[in-house]
Ligand binder design. Structure first.
Ligand SMILES: Nc1ncnc2c1ncn2[C@@H]1O[C@H](COP(=O)(O)OP(=O)(O)OP(=O)(O)O)[C@@H](O)[C@H]1O
Ligand SMILES: [Zn+2]
Length: 842
């Protein structure tokens, strides 16, 4: 048999399957989805089997085919549907197959080859003279005898001048060299001790033992009380003994030891309050009815659930998942970034207990691997996680939920630059699964698709536009909180120079008096953390990138977020030597200081990148706030989402419109979403809530419509803008970036590439201007222009924007055109990047 293998080389030239022979011993074990070690260009590399074919079917000369070196997992980590999905990803997002496959797997499975040697005892026995003739230092020989296989690197470190002997020893076969793939972390094994089988006999023996065998008696007594195997570590700790005592009992035959797999459970020791399904409101029932009908019918169907904040979407998700489980199907729930929403984990664990596996970026590599294996080995039926959990290796998925579907974290910013929403819709087709996209502020793309504004053609995951389901009211008839917009320009004119308007100040004072809680949001997008001289206007910039350095207050260093360059913060301006050099801190710190000044004794929990770097810190801070150990939760974007606290009655937005003027066509949409989401944190329970939004542009429609909780009005206005400007959802975009150290070379290649693309579009009969009013089918190429960050890591950067609408296969056109530039000599060493449906235009 021949295995077709995608090898771990991240290059376009090797982006195809290579044929390998399946050794007899592995026949029946190697299958599509297996992870293997294979010889490749003189090395051993990890690879993934994408198919197994009879030897006759291979087009490669049999004498040239090498055998697979090793099979890496007992159970193939990939399933056939995931291999198919990877092909789709590589086409849709123009990435390599290996990048697509690796995006689906936990980082633990990114194995690397490791060389080891061991002493061949059989050689020593059979050829003692030859063995003695190789002058291995005695120490080395002894060490190898005891330790088994040793990493070649470790050996060289310990015996620096053993080099020549080792080579000779390998040549004659005294040392056996092995190259094997090692994972970053492997399955954890722990020793357990098993209680005596003959309990009565053991109990009798125990009674008869002399007192001097005290330690052994303690251990045996402990094990007689145990109900099952006990981890060795625990046994030693609980009985205060050492391993030798246990070993003595093992030797006497009373106890046995066994190595077992152990899970690194990120939630070990945590108990989750078990919850029962709530009786649903009429609105929830109606929505659930649709979803359940789809799950039962097992037809791939996407829904867009537009439910206002506090409308009870989560309970709908929970009951829909229950339906799935009842049908023997599995479910995936995506939340924007789970470390940001511990409350969500609690709700899912509370309802489904151990059936839930949690996957997110704050887990250690080992924890993540173990949670993933729970899914692969069918020990979990529900996966809750961030973006990449959409690849959870379930067998028959019934439901995929994307909560807060508008969040940009569902778009991956490195290759493969996929969007989880599109992947979900594709997987739904494979599994006959229902997809629910839930949000109080659906993305314009999803909303437009659901309401038939669809001039952009069907080039996406393809097929079914989502059906719109709505929950326009909060649970139990609770009102949406009234929103007051304060014009900060007027505040300034009125002589108020503080960062708090009089309204917000009064609101905070009021809450303090009543013992209620407030949430304060500082919109940090576009907020400055740079260093500027107030005398000469000098700003500290990275010497390798066209970008200002970011000031880190804790360490007092300036750091470049693109290349990592760092330097100490200056005490005087390097340009004019003035001492009026100012560090514009993270903003939240300043707000915190101001709060302390205005309200002495106020208890503030600050949540931003600085206070949440530690693992679990997020959860801890939220827990404290939930226990009312603080009056104010102050933070950046992270306080806007998913929080549900009954005593929060005031939400204040310190600066609403810092994000409004970013040169990004989604800036109004992002601002509206942020304001609506954060406003939604107030008054979700019995106590009524109130929202104060401070703005320098209160007349802007994003702020006006957020004030009135009027999603429809916002969308109407925003769609009109998008149409006029020719932006999505009225067209689609592909961003091509190019970079090189030399500017003239980059200019030449960039121009030539853009022209080639235009010619190709022309030849295909689709070249034309794309704006909101042009015909149904066109593709336009804008640029190349310098990227917004024109230089990064000493490389100049250009970009081309491809705009297209209608039924144009733009990715195919691009792939064909770009191939000689990326793989051949046409590119002259310029690095190309492709971003389909880009989110970061900046
Ligand atoms: N049927 C119900 N009966 C009583 N309470 C409910 C019901 N459904 C949901 N709730 C409660 O209503 C509150 C809001 O629900 P939930 O957090 O699911 O809102 P949401 O729609 O997800 O809002 P957001 O988009 O703001 O996160 C929660 O405290 C929840 O427990
Ligand atoms: Zn830099």
């Amino acid at each position: 048999m021949i295995a077709r293998v995608i090898v771990d080389v991240p290059s376009r030239q090797t982006d195809r399957p290579f044929d390998y022979e399946v050794p007899l011993a592995l026949e029946g074990w190697v299958e599509a989805g297996s992870r293997v070690g294979v010889p490749f260009g003189g090395r051993v590399l990890q690879g993934f089997v994408v198919g197994v074919i009879p030897s006759e079917a291979s087009e490669v000369d049999m004498s040239k085919i090498k055998p697979i070196a090793e099979l890496l997992d007992p159970l193939p980590p990939l399933r056939p549907d995931l291999i198919e999905l990877a092909s789709w990803l590589s086409v849709k997002y123009c990435c390599t197959m290996i990048a697509a496959l690796q995006a689906m797997l936990p980082a633990a499975l990114k194995g690397k080859a490791e060389r080891t040697v061991r002493l061949s005892e059989s050689f020593e026995e059979q050829e003692p003279e030859a063995a003695a003739a190789v002058l291995l230092p005695d120490g080395l020989r002894e060490w190898l005898r005891r330790s088994g296989p040793v990493k070649l690197d470790t050996l060289r470190e310990r015996f620096p001048d053993a080099g020549a002997y080792v080579k000779a020893a390998i040549r004659i076969g005294l040392l056996e060299e092995q190259v094997a793939i090692r994972d970053k972390v492997s399955i954890r094994k722990v020793q357990t001790v098993i209680p005596p089988v003959d309990r009565e006999g053991a109990a009798e023996a125990l009674a008869a033992w002399p007192a001097r065998a005290g330690k052994q008696r303690d251990v045996l007594a402990f094990m007689l009380d145990a109900e099952g195997p006990v981890p060795l570590q625990k046994l030693l700790a609980d009985t205060g003994t050492t391993g030798s005592t246990v070993k003595a009992l093992v030797d006497k035959g009373w106890l046995t030891m066994r190595e077992v797999e152990a899970s690194r459970d990120p939630y070990a020791g945590r108990t989750f309050q078990r919850t029962e399904p709530l009786p649903l409101t009429e609105g929830q029932q109606e929505v659930l009815k649709w979803i359940v009908a789809s799950i039962d019918a097992r037809e791939p169907k996407p829904y867009l659930l537009h439910g206002v904040t506090g409308s009870g979407k989560t309970e709908v998700y929970l009951q829909a998942i229950q339906r799935c489980l009842d049908q023997g199907l599995q479910a995936i729930v995506l939340v924007p970034e789970i470390s940001l929403t511990p409350q969500m984990v609690e709700r899912f664990k509370g309802r489904f207990g151990d059936a839930v596996a949690v996957l997110h970026s704050r887990l250690s590599t080992g924890e993540r691997y173990d949670e993933w294996r729970k899914i692969r080995e069918r020990r979990a039926q529900v996966a809750v996680g961030a973006r990449s959990a959409i690849f959870a290796p379930f067998e028959s998925i019934g439901l995929m939920i994307i909560d807060e579907e508008h969040e940009s974290s569902y778009k991956q910013e490195e290759s493969p630059k996929y969007h989880a929403r599109d992947v979900a819709i594709m997987r739904a087709k494979q599994h006959g699964a229902t997809v629910v996209l839930g949000s109080a502020t659906p993305s314009l793309e999803s909303f437009a698709a659901a309401t038939a504004v669809r001039p952009s053609g069907n080039n996406g995951a393809g097929g079914g536009a989502p059906l719109l389901l709505a929950m326009p009211d909060r649970v139990a008839g609770r009102p949406m909180p009234p929103v007051t917009v304060v014009d900060m320009r007027e505040e300034l004119q009125g002589g108020n120079r503080s960062m708090f308007s009089r309204t917000l100040y009064a609101g905070l004072a009021d809450r303090l008096e009543r013992g209620e809680q407030s949430v304060l949001l500082l919109n940090r997008r576009g907020y400055s953390t740079f260093v500027m001289c107030r005398s000469c206007g000098y700003t500290a910039a990275c010497p390798h990138c066209d970008i200002s350095l970011t000031y880190h207050q804790k360490t007092r260093v300036l750091r470049c977020h693109y290349c990592g360059h760092s330097e100490n913060a200056p005490s005087a301006c390097p340009s004019c030597e003035s001492e009026h050099i100012r560090f514009f801190g993270t903003g939240t710190q300043k707000v915190e200081e101001e709060l302390a000044k205005l309200f002495p004794g106020i208890r503030v929990i600050r949540m931003d990148v600085d206070t949440t770097t530690e693992k679990g810190s997020h959860e801890k801070l939220l827990k404290q706030f939930g226990e009312r150990k603080a009056d104010v939760l102050l933070g950046t974007q992270m306080v806007a989402k998913g929080l549900d606290f009954p005593y929060v009655t005031l939400v204040g937005v310190v600066a609403a419109d810092t994000s409004l003027h970013l040169p990004d066509f989604r800036s109004a949409e992002r601002t509206f979403q942020l304001l609506t989401q954060v406003a939604g944190r107030a008054g979700r329970h019995e106590l009524p809530g109130e929202v104060v939004v401070q703005s320098y542009a209160p007349e802007h429609y994003a702020i006006q419509t957020a004030q009135h909780h009027d999603y429809d009005a916002f969308v109407r206005e925003e769609l009109a803008h998008r149409r006029a400007m020719g932006y999505p959802p009225y067209c689609r975009l592909i961003l091509v970036t190019m970079s090189h150290e030399q500017l003239p070379l980059l200019t030449e290649v960039g121009d030539r590439f853009a022209q080639r693309l235009r010619d190709a579009a022309l030849a295909a009969g689709v070249y034309g201007r794309v704006d909101g009013t042009s015909g149904p089918r066109a593709l336009d190429v804008l640029g190349p222009v310098a990227s917004p960050i024109a230089r990064m890591k000493d490389r100049y950067r250009f970009q081309c924007m491809i705009k297209y609408r209608g039924n144009v296969d733009a990715t195919a056109l691009l792939r064909e055109t770009i191939r000689p530039f990326m793989e051949g000599s046409e590119g002259r060493g310029v690095q190309f990047g492709i971003d389909v449906d880009p989110h970061m235009i900046l």
